[in-house]
Ligand binder design. Sequence first.
Ligand SMILES: O=c1ccn([C@@H]2O[C@H](COP(=O)(O)OP(=O)(O)O[C@H]3O[C@H](CO)[C@@H](O)[C@H](O)[C@H]3O)[C@@H](O)[C@H]2O)c(=O)[nH]1
Length: 483
Amino acid sequence: MANPTIVLLPVWGAGHFMPMLQAGKQLLASSSRPLSLTVLLMPAPTAQSASDISDHVRREEAAGAGDIRFHHLPDVKLPTDHSGVEEFISRAVQLHVPHLRAAIIGLTCPVAALVVDIFCTPALDVTRELAVPAYVYFTSSAAMLSLLLRSPALDEEVVVEFEEMEGALDLPGLPPVPPSVLPGTLLERKSPTYKWFVYTGRRYVEASGIIVNTADELEPRVLAAIAEGRCTRGARAPAVYPIGPVLALTPPAHAEEQPHECLRWLDAQPPASVLFLCFGSKGFLTKPQAHEIARGLERSGHRFLWVLRGLPADISRGAGDPSDANLAELLPEGFLGETNGRGLVWPKRAPQKEILAHASVGGFVTHCGWNSILESLWFGVPMLPWPLGAEQHFNAFTLVCDMGVAVPLKVDRKRDNFVEAAELERAVRSLMGGGNEGRKAKEKAMEMMVVCRKAVDHGGSSCASVKRLSEDLLGGAVVLPNV
Ligand SMILES: O=c1ccn([C@@H]2O[C@H](COP(=O)(O)OP(=O)(O)O[C@H]3O[C@H](CO)[C@@H](O)[C@H](O)[C@H]3O)[C@@H](O)[C@H]2O)c(=O)[nH]1
């Protein structure tokens, strides 16, 4: 009989697809018996995501490493009347449920599990029907997982909107959480995205396990709280496998390849002197905000490498990718000339991981996507958190208040996450200027770098977790009637 296969159902965003595939590859590599990967690809909703994914698939197929098969699911008519990204993805996944079912039934080998992205809760219906073990691949932090698992209880305990409640929220394993940092999905209880969040929290307990892109040593208290059932009202929570940091690191460039222009610019800068600003795969800035940043950076006097992206061409879809920035239109007149030599503004997607790995980078202004945070920790770079949406305000809170790897930045969430020039200048000076706050964040980030690398090394906690997971998957493999 053919080797058992792990079926992956990723969603298309850069912060979801790549880490999930990478995790799947780690599982194949650490399994004691041969396993294969079947990756189900839902058609991506934007041209950029579609081309990112097909590039990635092409590279994987060309490399031919491991037994990995990609299976394209048919097109569906995507929703256009959604109220948020979460609802958009979740409804798209719902439309794919029949295709998913057919794809799994059509497999001609035993199925070890279906591993679904955090947005793919509707797929759990298929695993239940076919009695296939279901696992969730959680692309965000364990802190965020604890919030999700605890959300059905919070929904009953708190009767007003969270922002109107008195005091802080109790999330086991974390310092008291101010409601103002909760993900936007939780801030309006009547909204479909709120309902989606609580529904997801309720259904996660059905999974055989939750694979989390974190390490035991990064979030020890939260992981312990989940394992002890303190986030699920004492009920046994699904087994949690912290296997991170899972980072899809770019292989070193061939000697004959020219390094990226941003890296060549960094080569000419002193060690740890450059502040790197990048707002994730979806982040873009308006002209007033870009002006404010420009003024803040100029006045701070520090060196910077700023990835500045413009408005998506089609903003109505909620999932649009930012466009290449028109710098002449977005930046104040004269800014590029005045900062020439100590600053570089890059208007397109940049090789973030390679930039964070560069010795000249000393700080990172990040939108607090979980992958960006892990990448920053992996290279020991302290952060200035500038959350823009999703669970990023909550991530920013944990970076500052729990991990201590970031200097706080005042972001006005009620004004579309606006940051004033003076506030940015203050925070940049604090992070990059050698003061107490910045030094502490740097020390902590260096500590976390060691922790992250140890965790995935042989004998490390995440390495052990991947092994345990691959054994559990092998043990649970199901033979469907078609085999
Ligand atoms: O110019 C760029 C911009 C981004 N990246 C990469 O793109 C990924 C971005 O991932 P992440 O930092 O997680 O941000 P998002 O793409 O915004 O991720 C979504 O998914 C994450 C994981 O669930 C959530 O934490 C975020 O809030 C959500 O917005 C990272 O690997 C970056 O290195 C680049 O290489 N170059």
